[in-house]
Each structure stands twice: as C-alpha cells, then as structure tokens.
Ligand binder design. Structure first.
Ligand code: PLP
Length: 281
C-alpha cells in the first residue's frame, strides 16, 4: 500500500506504515472486530448511512458495546480531507480494543480505524469459481461483517489461481450462499433470484439496493434458497459488492455463459443511474 494513504486511528491521522494499533488489540489477536467497506466515487463515499447501520448490527451481533458513529464520521472527514479519490474504497473498522491473548474479553475501550484507498475500476465482467468449502449458515457469526476474514482470504486466493474474479460458497445444505466479498444472483426464465438470509450470506448493501431499485423498476426479484447447481443452468449470473456494483459473470468454472445478458445489463443501468442521483440512498 502506498505510504501516502491516509490512516486515521482513534482520533489521529497516523503514519500508515508505523505502529498505531496495539499488538494486544483483540482484532489483531483473535479477529474480534467489525468493519465496513464503502465505495468512493468522485471523492464521495457511497451509501454511508446503510453501511453505518450494518456496522452497528455487526457490533451488536458480536456483543461489542454500542458504537459511537460520530467518532467514525470524524475519521471519515479527516481521511477524505485531501486530494479527491476518483474511485476507491473507504474501509472503517471498530475493534474490541486491548484484550487478553485468548478469546475472552476485557472491558476495554473500542479501537476506531478509518482508511481510504484508491483502486482500479472493476472489469466489465468476470469468471466465478465454485469452492470446495462451505459457509456455515448456522454459525454464530452468520450475517456479521467481522474482521475474522481468513476463510475469505484463502478462498479469494484460490479464485485468483483459477483466473476468477470471485469464488462462491455453498452452505452446509448444498445451497448457493455468497462469494468471499460479494453476493451472488442468478437469472432463471427472466426471474432474478438471490439466496435469502437463511442460506447464510452477508446481506450486502449493494444486494439490498439492487433488489429495491430493480423491483421499483418492475423487474421480478426473489430471495429464494437455491441449489448450488443452479450455477450450471442459470441463464445469467452476476455478483454485487460495494466496489463492483452489479458485475456480470461470463463463466462459472468451465461453463461459459451467454454474452447476451439482458436482465443483468438492465440492472446495471438501473443501479448506475440511481447511484448517480443519490450518494446516500
Ligand atoms: C462476505 C461478503 N458478502 C457480501 C459482500 C457484499 O456486500 P456489500 O454490497 O455491502 O459490499 C461483502 C462485502 O464486502 C462480503 O464481505
């Protein structure tokens, strides 16, 4: 990462490569923290109110004390007060703070971290690879965006090895679940389908907006438990995430999908025009 990146920790801009978080911070030792990644477009963070709400839900799910979002907002203002980032991500985390080396907690004050980073625009489409590992839809962390992301790190590395942009998990029941950092949608006979919360995905902000805006435009979109095998027969497949918006999938492992994807293309347009109209929908 470039050393010019602004890094803000607990009230101060700090040296991006210097020490700023304790070696005893519970997110360092056991991944005890929550985070958000919001898109930055033309210098503006996107959908921050929805990201803040999800951060609060994730923290409550981990049993962390109530967050002070005004602190996060100060950090966001501090890191974005500089040359505008044309396209990138705003990552903010709140961790359990100084803790014991094991999984129990001290009554510590939380650590707040905010970091923006420019990044390349996503490609026009990508390949998806199906993982041999499962997401546990009954785990205590299901639906929470926590800093325990090692499974996703391993899975995304596998995707990259296979020339894929993302890797998709099934759950323990063999249902389609989600990708390492994206939600997954399929189009079957003109109907858009995506796994429901019960199948175990993180409920993405982009997923939520795609459903809301797509339905408002008259597209039939349903949340439905789907067999993982649907990826072998769906007419169209796309993924959604904060930095990818609606991204078409052109291949799932060895299966090449038709390049004509009318529903995905329409949803891409709907998403883009709504997002351009309102940066905090
Ligand atoms: C596991 C996982 N699923 C889905 C998503 C997509 O969520 P969002 O649209 O809020 O970026 C993410 C975001 O990074 C994620 O980490």
């Amino acid at each position: 990462m470039s050393t010019t990146t602004r890094v803000w920790v607990n009230g101060d801009l700090v040296d991006p490569t210097g020490p700023a978080v304790s070696a005893l911070d519970h997110s360092v030792t056991v991944g005890d923290g929550v985070f958000e990644t919001a898109k930055i477009a033309a210098g503006q963070p996107f959908a921050l109110t929805r990201h803040h709400r999800r951060l609060e839900r994730s923290a409550a799910g981990l049993g962390l004390p109530p967050l002070d979002l005004a602190i996060v907002d100060k950090g966001v203002a501090a890191v974005l007060d500089g040359p505008a980032i044309g396209f990138g991500r705003l990552r903010y985390s709140v961790t359990g703070g100084i803790g014991p080396l094991g999984s129990d907690r001290h009554d510590a004050s939380l650590t707040y971290i905010v970091v923006p980073a420019p990044q390349a625009l996503p490609p026009v489409s990508g390949k998806l690879t199906v993982l041999p590992w499962t997401r546990n839809e009954r785990s205590d962390g299901v639906g929470l965006k926590t800093t325990s992301y090692a499974e996703n790190v391993v899975a995304l590395a596998r995707a990259k090895e296979q020339g894929a942009i993302e890797a998709v998990f099934g759950n323990t029941r063999g249902e389609l679940c989600e990708c390492t950092g994206s939600n997954v949608f399929v189009v079957v006979d003109g109907v858009v389908l995506t796994p429901p919360a019960e199948s175990g995905p993180l409920l993405g902000i982009t997923r939520e907006l795609t459903i809301e805006w797509g339905r408002a435009a008259g597209i039939e979109i349903r949340e439905a438990a789907l067999p993982l095998e649907v990826l072998g027969s769906a007419d169209e497949v796309f993924i959604t995430s904060s930095t990818k918006d609606v991204l078409p999938i052109h291949a799932v492992d060895d299966r090449t999908l038709p390049s004509d994807r009318p529903v995905t293309t329409e949803l891409q347009h709907i998403f883009r025009s709504n997002a351009e109209r309102d940066c905090d929908p």
